[in-house]
Design a protein around this ligand. Structure first.
Ligand code: PLP
Length: 394
């Protein structure tokens, strides 16, 4: 059976060039990057090359990159790294600003901060999924220690006005972290332009393997480590480096940069828009969530009224098309997406929403396959729903 994978916001396949680059570090180049002999020096050099490459993608210095085990760890390191100082000093009423549409890596870290006595403001988003930068300005307090607002949403692809938020943060002398896991590699990201002090990225969203990521930490920012051990990563993240993963991340960053320079984002957006338009035209009672906001070029979230999103995911999978209801971790849960609910969707419509996310490996034929399949599968499912039956699916 033909299988097409349009769930690249959950994870991406490792590109062949990336796999080739990391392979020797499982075999002949096995050294511990902290060892001073030949074997260690070889892997140390590879880790530092990868650091240069990731820094090149973000427009920062190599020394500002801290390798982690992924996006979740980088988000936690940013949030607790900035806040731990005040928390351990027992400063009551420290304040953090975030948004209602963050990934759980940020939301649950903020929830933990709240249990430790920190005040957390969850800024709302508008119907198109965007935070109002004026809300950030209005919410700032003298006790605000951190603003953490994502660059691009994993479910809708909606891009937040991070540059304006960065300016507000700088004016207020407040640290600004952005979770850019779903933006890096899809749109140009420059930490200077964005005005952030900390930025998260994850390897497996840019065609490197799962279990590796990085945190950009602006020069001079004192970050409390979360792990205590050796002085790896300039004492910001203890633990022997995941050399094959880091080498892969470096290669993926290099390829992402080349592809962005060559206009890869525009090609991706053309495919995504074709999919979105064809599906919307062929199927009644659909709409694009956040479609009027700026979005990363690979993502579209579409609702199919009178359908249970989970059922549609399963029905499409049986025909060979892999998509998702949104955040991978919430698949299987009955709760509607917190992101779509925050945008004001009714629970039924939120549950009827499907995320399509393209990757570098996808072709125009993959999009044709999806376009040919979706109307018939939606039609069949609507036959089973009393209201959907009236629409007949198309
Ligand atoms: N932040 C966002 C926006 C994500 O989409 C994800 C993963 O889905 C993460 C953080 C977590 O990254 P990782 O899977 O590398 O821990």
């Amino acid at each position: 059976m033909r299988r097409v994978y349009l769930d690249n916001n959950a994870t991406t396949p490792i590109l062949p060039e990336v796999f080739e680059a990391m392979k020797p570090y499982f075999g002949e180049h096995f050294g511990n990057a902290s060892s001073i002999h030949h074997h260690g020096q070889e892997t140390r050099a590879a880790v530092e090359r990868a650091r240069e490459s990731v820094a090149g993608l973000l427009g920062c210095q190599a020394s500002e990159i801290v390798f982690t085990s992924g996006g979740t760890e980088a988000d936690n390191l940013a949030i607790f790294g900035v806040l731990s100082e005040v928390l351990t000093a027992g400063v009551a009423g420290s304040h953090v600003i975030t948004s209602t549409v963050e990934h759980h890596a940020v939301l649950n870290a903020c929830k933990r901060l709240a249990t430790l006595g920190c005040d957390v403001t969850y800024l709302p988003v508008d119907g198109q999924g965007q935070v109002d930068p004026d809300d950030v300005r209005r919410t700032l307090r003298p006790s605000t220690k951190l603003i953490t607002i994502m660059m691009a949403n994993n479910e809708t692809g909606v891009v937040q006005p991070v540059e304006e938020i960065g300016k507000t943060a700088a004016e207020g002398g407040v640290r600004f972290h952005t979770d850019a896991v779903q933006a890096v590699g899809k749109v140009p990201v420059d930490v200077g332009r964005c005005g952030c002090d900390l930025l998260t990225l994850s390897g497996h969203k840019i065609h490197a393997p799962q279990g590796v990521g990085a945190l950009y930490v602006k020069k001079g920012l004192q970050l409390r480590p979360m792990l205590y051990g050796g002085s790896h990563e300039r004492s910001r993240r203890a633990g022997t480096e995941n050399v094959p993963g880091i080498v892969a991340l470096g290669k993926a960053a290099e390829l992402a940069r080349q592809s962005l320079d060559a206009g890869g984002g525009r090609t991706m957006a053309t495919m995504r828009d074709r999919l979105q338009t064809a599906v919307s035209e062929a199927v009644e009672a659909t709409g694009v969530n956040g479609g009027r906001s700026p979005r990363v070029p690979n993502t579209t979230s579409i609702y199919f009224d009178y359908i249970e999103g989970e059922s549609l995911v399963i029905a499409l999978d049986l025909k060979g098309l892999a998509v998702s209801t949104g955040a991978a971790c919430s698949s299987g849960a009955i709760e509607p997406s917190h992101v779509l609910m925050a945008m004001g969707l009714e629970p039924d419509r939120a549950r009827a929403s499907i995320r399509f996310s393209l990757g570098k490996q996808n072709t125009a034929e993959d999009v044709d396959f999806a376009i040919s399949l979706i109307p018939q599968v939606v039609g069949r499912l609507r036959e089973l729903s009393p209201v959907g039956k009236v629409l007949g699916g198309n």
